[in-house]
Design a protein around this ligand. Structure first.
Ligand code: ATP
Length: 362
């Protein structure tokens, strides 16, 4: 459906310096898929979306959408921006019907289709209201209805929910996803909200500094991040990291404590060299906490409880290992005191990332 190949884009800045906004980005999107583009501010998300929309022109590489090369904006690709940009002098019905003007439909047909779409976004009762009489969430639903009524081949959403409050955002996520699935419209959405991306998408594309780091299903990215950037970007709380190096005989040496722990498994490990600097990383639920000092093993990582945070459902223990702060979820029944000595037992699911290249080695 969409094929982006080796795409690059630069901008000339005020001081005439050239800034590379997108570099050598390639990916494909299948028909009916919902793909989110995530990454830190300024990493090129909107620029990439604009390139697919044809609002910006790629300097290198090529973009194909719906079987055609993208060189300019087209009616088969509709962009919905963060600010809903409805016509204030038109009612909801007229706003939505407006998009159908050039379709050669009779006025009655246009209004019937618009009304059906308005009902789909649950605004049937508000069809004759003006934009200023609607809440932010309603306005955004009208903007989405106006895009969907045209049944575009490709829907491009740029932070469509970021102006809404948290409650509304949750509802709108479900609503957009439902409509997108129901109508089978291929969709690309830019968001800075990883939770939004994780909960809505078939696939997520993670960008950093103009480069695509990885594209895959939310679970693929979460469980098998290609590199440290992706691992650290996705997941709340963020992945824990401990600096370490590779010592011969298949052991890791933890920088903070000097402790060595044996490592097993991982295809990338055979190529490691002695002294190679790495990050030992794990998510807060991927390790076991050992609270009884009598049960500590030599291979456990030792630390002290700094604080315990209860979020209403789970307890997150802040632990210090040497100078490094990490977070681990604890069983509700576990008794935990500040400053208590504690140990972490690595289960099978930890990661090793090369410190220089960031590559996932395990
Ligand atoms: P955010 O999440 O903050 O919206 P983003 O990831 O969408 O950011 P872009 O808007 O794509 O980032 O911008 C990428 C980089 O390109 C930024 O550093 C931005 O300053 C620069 N940029 C974007 N458009 C232009 C332009 N027209 N002229 C010059 N620089 C630009």
């Amino acid at each position: 459906m969409i094929k982006v190949e080796g795409v690059g884009k630069t901008f000339k800045q005020r001081d005439a310096a050239i800034f590379t906004a997108i570099e050598n980005v390639s990916f494909t999107v299948e028909k009916g898929e919902f793909v989110s583009i995530v990454g830190p501010s300024g990493c090129g998300k909107t620029t990439l979306l604009n390139l697919v929309a044809g609002l910006e022109k790629a300097e290198t590489g090529s973009i194909e959408a719906i079987g055609r090369k993208v060189t300019a904006p087209g009616p088969d690709r509709i962009v919905v921006f963060q600010e809903h940009a409805l016509f204030p002098w038109l009612t909801v019905l007229d706003n939505v019907a407006f998009g159908l003007k050039q379709r050669g439909l009779s006025k009655q047909e246009r209004y019937d289709l618009a009304m059906e779409q308005i009902r789909m976004v649950h605004l049937g009762k508000f069809a004759d209201r003006y934009p200023h009489e609607l809440s932010g969430g309603m306005k955004q639903r009208v903007a989405i209805a106006r895009a969907l009524v045209k049944r575009p081949g490709l829907l491009l959403l740029d932070e469509p929910l970021s102006s809404l409050d948290a409650n509304l955002r949750g509802n709108m996520r479900e609503e957009i996803r439902r409509l997108q699935k129901e109508l089978g419209i291929t969709t690309i959405m830019v968001t800075h909200d990883q939770e939004e991306a994780l909960s809505m998408s078939d696939k997520i594309a993670v960008m950093n500094a103009g480069e695509l780091q990885q594209i895959g299903t939310p679970l693929q990215l979460y469980n098998a991040p290609a590199n440290w950037f992706v691992a650290n970007f996705l997941g709340m709380p963020a992945m824990n990291e401990l600096m370490c190096s590779w010592s011969a005989d298949g052991c890791l040496q933890i920088a903070d404590t000097g402790q060595t722990i044996p490592v097993n498994g991982g295809s990338g490990l055979s190529a490691l060299h002695q002294g190679q600097q790495m990050r030992l990383a794990f998510r807060p639920h991927q390790v076991s906490l050992i609270t009884a000092t009598g049960q500590f093993r030599e291979t456990d990582l030792r630390g002290r409880v700094a604080s315990v945070e209860f979020n209403g459902r789970e307890r997150l223990v802040h632990i210090r290992i040497g100078d490094t702060a990490i977070k681990v979820y604890a069983d509700m029944a576990e008794s935990l005191d500040e400053h208590q000595e504690i140990a972490i037992r690595l289960d099978a699911d930890y990661y090793l990332f090369d410190r220089e290249s960031g590559e996932n080695l395990r």
